[in-house]
Ligand binder design. Sequence first.
Ligand SMILES: Nc1ncnc2c1ncn2[C@@H]1O[C@H](COP(=O)(O)OP(=O)(O)OP(=O)(O)O)[C@@H](O)[C@H]1O
Ligand SMILES: [Mg+2]
Length: 228
Amino acid sequence: MIQLFHVTKTYPSNSPALVDISLQIDRGQFVFLTGPSGAGKTTLLKLLFREEEPTEGQILFDNQNVTRLNTRGVARLRRRIGLVFQEFKLLPRLTVLENVALAAQVVGMSRKESHIKAYRLLRELGLKGKYDSKPLMLSGGEQQRVAIARALINDPMLVLADEPTGNLDPVMAEETMRVFLKMRETGTTLIVASHNLELIKRYGSRIISLRQGGLVDDLERVTGAKAS
Ligand SMILES: Nc1ncnc2c1ncn2[C@@H]1O[C@H](COP(=O)(O)OP(=O)(O)OP(=O)(O)O)[C@@H](O)[C@H]1O
Ligand SMILES: [Mg+2]
């Protein structure tokens, strides 16, 4: 579903953040992206939803060349991707429920249907009783889970999450991973950048390690064999 061919990304006046990365991710895979701070994890995620463009190389998403999309193409691409990034803040004036439901309404779901779906997701993420709260009344971990619900409400075919469990205690981190795993049963592909080795060991079926912009390891758990 996703293919990278010799992708290099250099930010202006910086050494390369990613160097000659080639890899393929299949539909339904659950991929952990790990590596030390500055390794290029966030950069790789940003290339996939065209927040950044590669300096060299090509990226295919569902056989479409992401690097060649026009504005409408980029919008269409992003509608198929759920994003869990700390910088995509919740809207402070809306309630938790409205924050999640709105993401579905903007792509055409009815108000009623979006609310039903938002309730269900929020409940699964342990936020029952917080539906009518404003985001700023929630803890960091609770806000994080609202952001996860918002990313999942449109049943995206790909979910990109940057340290989604960073603000969560171990119990909630587990709970969140279980919600991710459930999505996987419906064929959703997940790419999670994380430092959390505990969770990576427990849930990652494929673990891609980056170091200084290079791909240093690519481990597939299912077969126990190293992927190319
Ligand atoms: N917008 C930017 N402009 C210039 N340099 C950047 C930018 N974003 C990232 N970099 C640089 O690219 C490199 C990779 O950064 P990236 O954010 O992808 O790392 P990361 O693996 O996500 O790290 P962390 O674990 O700390 O989140 C770093 O050297 C960083 O300084
Ligand atoms: Mg990062």
